[in-house]
Write a protein that binds this ligand. Structure first.
Ligand code: FEO
Length: 388
């Protein structure tokens, strides 16, 4: 099957974006991102979502080519976030007889984005409602907070396709040759990570459907080995560690906290640790550091004391963990300070506000540089954190 066809009657009309530097104004996307959009051809023609404004011209070209002179009857709006809904107004004006399909919240948010009156052409759906296209019937399932309140997914019972909105999406253009899980995980934890309970609720609803293809709004169409992807989402959204391993995240002003972090890595590896990931929080991608913190079962944070509190990059990391609902992990702390080390106390306060965090008994206090005492503390911490 041509890659632009999901089935004989469903066509991909999305666009790869390799221009945007930061997705959502904050996440690096070295391999771009795709904004997916689909057309279902039947007695009635439905377009499923539009794309980001940066991709408008290419999307219109794809849409017109797919329609080949026909006029669409519906635009299904799964999500009002501008990376998907930027071209709703353009569509509505281009096809004045087409109806717009959304839920009550979709139409509540729409005027906040567009000066567009759709009162006489809106189809307001709720949980379980259907849209008959002919042989295809779309059933709408509400998916609030995956990743905005108005998000809904649609299931096509003819071709057994789930249009999953942001769910099962990833960074990376469709022509990027890269591992699915790596960029799907970075996308998931940074964008949807806070809403694990809501993702779990959606997975429960989806489990009742016979799904053969998942069509997300970003990243590849999934039509093989769906259990793999669903299992990943189940692990991620239930906040279970995905892999056994230790993530060491550090900030360092003069290299001494870094030295302690790397010394711990060596000790852990000497003890047979299967995986030790390290992030320099001032230099490495913060989104990847967050991803790795969720991926592994143990986390070590190493932080200098700065202005009587936390080194800013480390505080930023902890803040991200907090708002993404970080939980259910074993955590260890390494602090550094020359005259009044405070970082350990401040880090502890962050973790005490998170669910099911087990703090290691050993707190390593480096006073400026590693010495015999702090080196012994590192060894004790390595014992406490080791795999066995
Ligand atoms: Fe891809 Fe929540 O937008």
């Amino acid at each position: 099957m041509n890659k632009t066809y999901i089935s004989e009657s469903i066509k991909y009309i999305g666009v790869d974006d390799r221009e945007t530097d930061l997705f959502e104004g904050q996440y690096i996307i070295p391999n771009g991102v795709s904004y997916n959009s689909y057309v279902i051809f039947d007695e009635k023609i439905a377009v499923v979502d539009t794309v980001d404004k940066i991709a408008a011209d290419k999307w219109v070209e794809n849409l017109e080519k797919a329609l080949n002179g026909k006029a669409p009857d519906y635009l299904v709006i799964s999500h009002m976030e501008p990376d998907h809904a930027s071209n709703v107004k353009l569509f509505a004006e281009k096809y004045p007889h087409a109806k717009l399909v959304g839920n009550a919240k979709t139409f509540a948010y729409m005027p906040q984005f567009f000066n567009l009156n759709v009162d006489d052409r809106k189809v307001v759906v709720k949980e379980g409602d259907t849209l008959e296209l002919g042989q295809h019937t779309l059933t709408f399932i509400m998916a609030p907070m995956v990743h905005w309140p108005e998000v809904m997914v649609a299931y096509d019972s003819k071709d057994k396709v789930l249009f999953s909105a942001d769910g099962f999406g990833k960074f990376g253009a469709l022509d990027a040759d890269e591992d699915w899980a790596c960029e799907a995980r970075r996308y998931y934890f940074n964008i949807v990570g806070k809403y694990g309970a809501q993702v779990q609720a959606l997975l429960k609803k989806a489990a009742k459907l016979d799904i053969q293809t998942i069509c997300p709004l970003h990243g590849p169409i999934l039509n093989e080995n769906l259990g793999y992807y669903i299992d990943k989402y189940d692990i991620w959204s239930s906040y279970r560690p995905e892999d056994k391993g230790i993530m060491i995240a550090y900030g360092s002003m003069h290299g001494n906290t870094k030295q302690a972090a790397l010394e711990l890595k060596t000790l852990l590896e000497e003890k047979g640790a299967q995986k030790v990931a390290v992030a320099d929080l001032t230099r490495d991608d913060m989104a990847e550091a967050i991803e790795d913190a969720f991926r592994y079962d143990r986390l070590v944070v190493a932080c200098p004391t700065y202005d009587g509190t936390l080194f800013p990059a480390v505080e930023d990391f902890l803040y991200h963990l907090k708002i993404k609902n970080y939980q259910s992990r074993k955590v260890a702390l390494i602090e550094n300070g020359t005259w009044a080390p405070m970082a350990g106390k401040k880090m502890k306060e962050y973790f005490e506000g998170m669910k099911n965090i087990t703090l290691c008994d050993t707190v390593v206090t480096v006073k400026s540089t590693l010495n015999e005492t702090s080196a012994e503390q590192l060894k004790a911490l390595a014992d406490e954190l080791s795999d066995n």
